[in-house]
Design a protein around this ligand. Structure first.
Ligand SMILES: Cc1cc2nc3c(=O)[nH]c(=O)nc-3n(C[C@H](O)[C@H](O)[C@H](O)COP(=O)(O)O)c2cc1C
Length: 178
């Protein structure tokens, strides 16, 4: 059993949902998991044996608070098995763009995770304010049918089965390294 920190940053809440889902998968695999928002967590606790960090992309960049969390914990992250969950909507239509966000994140934070998983995010139209809803609808319309423009409902693009496999694979790696 390993104590795992699943830390995340979120703007609209979806990466928090993803972090909780991954934490449940890791618990099913027998690990003890703490889920923490980077807004309320400065460091990787000493007793922690592995870290999963999740962050979403807004306006072409990963959450600065997630970048800062990685940057100030470089040593702790290097000493433990680690993984990064990169949440974006680019992944729905343009994997190259989603990969570029990760390269930029690695350059900005100085952290090279052992494992990276690209995760499709969500269009939460009903939860956005007016301006954000209009902006996201315009962006979605420019993607030519790839993203929903129906602002009357939310659309979640996250592949939960792929995320489950990510959690199971990460847990298997931890087991193999003991
Ligand atoms: C204002 C805004 C800007 C966004 N900009 C991008 C972007 O530049 N590239 C992208 O791939 N996804 C973008 N997204 C999609 C988010 O990454 C996606 O909605 C994700 O699920 C948000 O996660 P969160 O709820 O944890 O913040 C944007 C979303 C919003 C609301």
């Amino acid at each position: 059993m390993t104590q795992i920190l699943v830390a995340y940053g979120t703007t609209e809440g979806h990466t928090g949902t993803i972090a909780e889902f991954v934490a449940d998968v890791l618990r099913e695999q027998g690990h003890e998991v703490t889920v923490a928002d980077v807004k309320a967590t400065d460091t990787v606790p000493d007793g922690c044996g592995a870290v999963v960090l999740g962050g979403s992309v807004h306006v072409g960049k990963h959450d600065p608070q997630v970048v800062d969390f990685a940057a100030r914990n470089l040593e702790a992250l290097a000493e433990r098995p680690s993984a990064f969950l990169s949440v974006s909507l680019a992944l729905v239509g343009d994997t190259a763009e989603a990969e570029k966000y990760v390269r930029d994140f690695e350059a900005d934070s100085g952290w090279t995770p052992d494992r990276v998983s690209l995760v499709a995010g969500a269009l939460l139209y009903t939860q956005y304010g007016f301006a954000k809803r209009q902006l996201m609808r315009t962006i979605a319309a420019s993607k030519r049918g790839v993203l929903s423009t129906d602002t009357s409902q939310d659309t979640v693009y996250t592949d939960w089965e792929a995320l489950r496999r990510f959690g199971e694979d990460f847990a298997a790696e931890l087991a193999a390294s003991h």
